[in-house]
Design a protein. Structure first.
Length: 299
């Protein structure tokens, strides 16, 4: 009797082997969306370079020395020197601060203001026609030309560059948000909220706004990349930040006269700008693929 009870109870004992562990969700997400990983790592690297520029074996980026002009890259001057004897490595490293500050600031300001304008135009029917005609007029002018025109009215500074590029990028965000709101306000759950007497602010903040976050995040990455390119263009033509401020556009503008004999003066800031813009675009593409349900099913 005892042996029979032990035989019956044996299968109920806890297994001694370890159970298989499923792979972490984070690792699966990164494997499905490698663009987010590559773009995020490159962008994080650029941010760290900008933050810790004084600690990365740099010197004063504005220090002039006529005795070391147009030196080629060497052990002493990693990226060479420009026509005024300034260390290009230090100027490129500190220039990351200007480009990233302009890119992130424009992306944030344009997203916030464009979101407000798009919500107002998309949900308030009587204001849609008026607001969108103004937006259409602004979008008929290329962003770079609008930014140049706005900079012509003010003096060159980082703050004015941010304001000028933000004004040029707001219409793009407003039109995107308006199109999303127009499709959402016809949804059954929004009509049900209206029929129950919900107020407009409650409908916007509870039902409309959360559904605009995903496309807004993707659009913000593209605006950030575009803002850095526009800032470099403005600085390159002399309409951006002051020449005394080290920025990638200023460095390339100062080296264009010596491009054929000293191409390194333009090559290194152009390389850093290209890598940063590529990182932001990769991050935006990865977010688009991961946040879009239709693309997520196909992956």
């Amino acid at each position: 009797m005892t042996a029979q009870s032990n035989t019956i109870a044996a299968p109920l004992a806890a297994p001694t082997g370890s159970e298989p562990v499923s792979p972490p969700k984070k690792r699966s997400y990164l494997r499905k969306h490698p663009a987010v990983t590559v773009g995020g790592v490159l962008l994080l690297l650029m941010i760290l370079i900008a933050i810790f520029a004084p600690l990365l074996w740099t010197v004063d980026p504005t220090a002039i020395s006529t005795s070391r002009r147009t030196r080629v890259p060497s052990e002493l001057y990693w990226f060479g020197t420009d026509m005024l004897g300034r260390d290009i490595y230090s100027r490129v490293t500190y220039g990351a601060r200007v480009s990233l500050l302009v890119g992130f600031s424009v992306a944030f300001l344009a997203s916030v203001i464009g979101l407000a304008v798009g919500l107002f135009a998309g949900f308030v029917r009587w204001a849609d026609g008026i607001v969108m005609r103004i937006i259409d007029g602004m979008m008929s002018i290329p962003p770079i030309l609008l930014a140049i025109a706005l900079m012509a009215l003010t003096r060159g500074s980082v703050q004015n560059v941010i304001i000028a590029i933000t004004i040029a990028e707001i219409p793009r965000v407003a039109r995107l948000v308006r199109s999303v709101v127009l499709s959402l306000r016809e949804q059954p759950y929004v009509e049900a909220a209206i029929s129950q007497g919900a107020r407009v602010p409650r409908i916007i903040f509870r039902h409309i706004l959360p559904n605009t976050v995903a496309p807004m995040m993707v659009q913000a990455t593209y605006i950030c990349a575009s803002a850095m390119i526009v800032e470099a263009i403005l600085s390159f033509i002399g309409a951006g930040v002051p020449p005394s401020t080290p920025s990638w556009g200023n460095i390339m503008a100062e080296g264009r006269a010596l491009w054929q004999v000293r191409p390194h003066i333009i090559f290194f800031p152009a390389l850093f700008l290209s890598i940063t813009v590529l990182a932001v675009n990769l991050l935006g593409d990865g977010l688009r693929d991961s946040l879009d349900p239709r693309l997520a099913k196909s992956l």
